[in-house]
Write a protein that binds this ligand. Structure first.
Ligand code: CDP
Ligand code: MG
Length: 665
């Protein structure tokens, strides 16, 4: 097709490599230079060397020229070519941040936004949060001085609320565009629109080597700038028969590689935190048993909720004589580049959100990944040398059972949040919004219906005053309705805490496999009447009383003894503080119900009445869709089986489980 493609020309091509010619002396190499370099200078020099070695480096000038000549540019390059870390620096170096203008770069994942910002701050030589910062939901690490801002795509979307034309940005980079997250897809439509009346705004759409022609078409045939990658061949191996237990198969494969293959690090793709932890434990245990019979194997996990100091470990070089194995979610597919990987183990699964517009049920299910994903995964093995990819599925399954590419998130998720946001941006006609791939009609209708039921939209589909206030809160519509209802019932202190605890994503209670009984007993001690929301409130209250009255050491000890995750509690406090700050902005007075549970129940119900279920034979039936669901075994109401209840969310694991349930009398 007629997509214009710009082929960059490497700077100094031809001249470089003519080794006989005298090279200009670089500082630090000359004979006159007798002063030994300080450690900081050595580090800085090696950072510069790494920067120069990246595939994007020779194309710096061509790229800058193309950006100057075109308002919208699609940039395609292999993972690891330096798109995310280098291009924003090129822009800074050539003055795109002059006059206090900002360069924004979006990432679909929180972990990537944080780690990339940290890396770039280091390369630029500034403290993270000063000139280079990041912003993710409930965590803003930027300042007045920030000119290069990495952020999640969802955060940039929210910035449209305060700055509808993104006036403070000179360049917006929509990175990892191929991921096609819901927020990235909405950004496409909005940014294409504002680019028309902001000719000075530069838009860069960066993607791995996938789908770039579609991006070009969507952006009115914007040219594609291709960064030629270096890629070494990767041998692909399939299993002869399907694996019954892919986790076990991973563990066995890692050990086999470790014992039989030449040096080189290993990358394993699993679907989530729990699987990754189990895999790491199994690997460590078997290595311990093998003892000195094998050389050292460093086992490192990486997933979204991992503390950032642990995340940083995956980037540290492997000591000689040992092997590193990184066990990752598909975050390592394209968003993060780990150097030194030679072996990839791919079980062929990922956790995917799916949405049933008929029942309104959202679920996270482990499903076979797409062929495009599998190929990206394999590609991770060939970045530094020829590599090997072990696919734990058959060649037949690859051909016949996997989808060609992943369905964009917009077509398999609840749109309540996004519809509310678009409505508050004044976009009323959602049917004709410029979607790259439109969402299913029923999903849009269901979102509108739900927002109407919550009172965020009136019968004409227009935003109400309540809806406008709901949109100010960076949480799902039902949760924001619950928070706003707490104003009326005078229990916002408690409801804010509950909302914060619900937002930290089921990671409050720690339940290690070898201490399940102890952990469950500890949890039982927090049970109070009402249901899981009240349990969460109770945990938070007890924890902060202890935290405030005793020193830090005691509260971490308390967490340890009660199987509570200290980190999650701190995060819940951060979320709570942010929400409380927003209360101020939308003029909600924060007050307490003084121990009375009834107002809290009313507020929760005002938000979650859609999620009502009634006891029926063998389980519960949802009121709205007559769907059979069950109380999650971890719930405080698991034994009790009340006649009516309200749930926070439905998850599908082995059955349709309701998580965080509230007793209705
Ligand atoms: O965005 P793209 O995949 O094209 O590459 P990148 O993320 O800019 O990565 C370029 C290089 O930066 C990688 O090869 C890594 O060596 C390095 N990097 C790092 O060391 N630490 C990070 N947190 C991110 C990147
Ligand atoms: Mg990148």
């Amino acid at each position: 097709r007629g997509v214009p493609v710009l082929h960059g020309r490497a700077d100094g091509e031809g001249a470089e490599g003519a080794g006989v010619q005298a090279q200009p002396q670089r500082p630090g190499q000359g004979l006159q230079e007798s002063r030994p370099l300080s450690q900081a200078e050595v580090q800085k020099q090696s950072i510069q060397e790494v920067r120069r070695s990246l595939p994007v480096f020779p194309y710096r000038e061509d790229l800058l020229l193309a950006i100057q000549q075109h308002q919208i540019l699609v940039i395609e390059g292999e993972t690891g070519s330096g798109k995310t870390t280098q291009i924003p620096q090129f822009l800074m170096e050539s003055g795109y941040n002059d006059g206090g203008m900002k360069i924004g770069c979006t990432q679909p994942r929180r972990v990537a936004a944080m780690s990339v910002a940290a890396r770039v701050a280091q390369e630029v030589g500034v403290k993270l949060g000063n000139e280079v910062g990041y912003s993710i939901r409930f965590e803003d690490c930027t300042s007045e001085r920030t000119v290069l801002k990495y952020m999640t795509d969802g955060m940039l979307l929210r910035e449209f609320l305060t700055e509808p034309d993104l006036a403070s940005y000179s360049v917006v980079i929509i990175d990892e565009a191929h991921e096609r997250t819901l927020h990235t897809d909405i950004l496409f439509g909005l940014i294409k629109d504002i680019a028309r009346f902001r000719p000075d705004l530069k838009v860069l759409v960066a993607s791995a080597t996938l789908d770039t022609e579609r991006f070009s078409c969507f952006f009115d045939d914007a040219p594609v700038f291709r960064i030629p990658g270096r890629r070494f061949p990767v041998d692909i191996f399939y299993t002869k028969a399907p694996e019954a237990d892919y986790l076990e198969a991973c563990v066995v494969s890692v050990l086999q590689i470790h014992v039989t293959q030449p040096p080189g690090d290993c990358l394993v793709f699993l679907t989530g935190q729990e699987e990754i932890e189990t895999c790491c434990e199994l690997l460590q245990e078997r290595c311990r048993r093998l003892g000195s019979k094998i050389s050292e194997l460093l086992v490192l996990p990486i997933y979204a909720n991992l503390p950032s100091d642990m995340q940083a470990k995956i980037f540290s070089p492997t000591p000689p004589g040992s092997r590193k194995v990184v066990v990752a979610t598909n975050i390592a597919e394209t968003s993060l580049t780990i150097d030194g990987i030679i072996y990839v183990i791919d079980p062929g699964f990922c956790k995917q959100k799916s949405y049933n517009a008929r029942t309104g049920m959202e679920s996270l299910i482990v499903t076979p990944c797409s062929r495009a994903s599998a190929n990206q995964r394999a590609g991770r093995a060939g970045r530094v040398a020829a590599g090997k990819c072990f696919r734990l599925y058959t060649a037949w399954a690859f051909k016949h059972e996997m989808e060609e590419s992943t369905v964009p998130e917009i077509q398999r998720t609840n749109l309540g949040n996004v519809v509310l946001l678009l409505k508050s941006l004044g976009i009323n006609d959602l049917i004709h919004f410029d979607f790259m791939d439109p969402p299913p009609h029923e999903t849009l209708v269901l979102a509108l219906e739900q927002l109407y039921a919550l009172g965020a939209l009136n019968h004409l589909g227009e935003l109400t005053k309540l809806g406008r206030r709901m949109a100010e809160l960076p949480v799902d519509p039902m949760l924001s309705k619950m928070i706003l209802a707490s104003e009326q019932y005078k229990c916002s202190e408690e409801v804010l805490t509950i909302a914060a605890m619900l937002s930290v994503n089921n990671s409050i209670f720690y339940r290690p496999k070898d201490k399940v009984v102890h952990a469950d007993n500890a949890r039982q001690n927090f049970v109070v009447p009402g249901g899981d929301h009240m349990v969460l409130l109770n945990v938070y209250t007890q924890f902060w009383v202890i935290f405030i009255w005793h020193q830090l050491g005691y509260s971490t000890q308390w967490c340890y003894e009660n199987f509570i995750q200290f980190r999650s509690m701190k995060r819940a406090r951060d979320v709570r503080e942010q929400l409380e700050g927003l209360m101020d902005r939308i003029e909600v007075e924060v007050c307490s119900s003084g121990g009375d549970i009834v107002p809290i129940r009313k507020a929760v119900t005002a938000g979650y009445f859609y999620h009502t279920a009634r006891l029926s034979k063998g389980g519960f039936k949802t009121v709205k869709h007559q769907q059979t669901v069950y109380v999650h075994p971890n719930s405080s109401l698991f034994e009790e089986q009340p006649r009516w209840l309200i749930y926070h969310e439905l998850v599908f694991t082995t059955k349709e489980f309701m998580r965080q349930v509230w007793h209705q009398y």
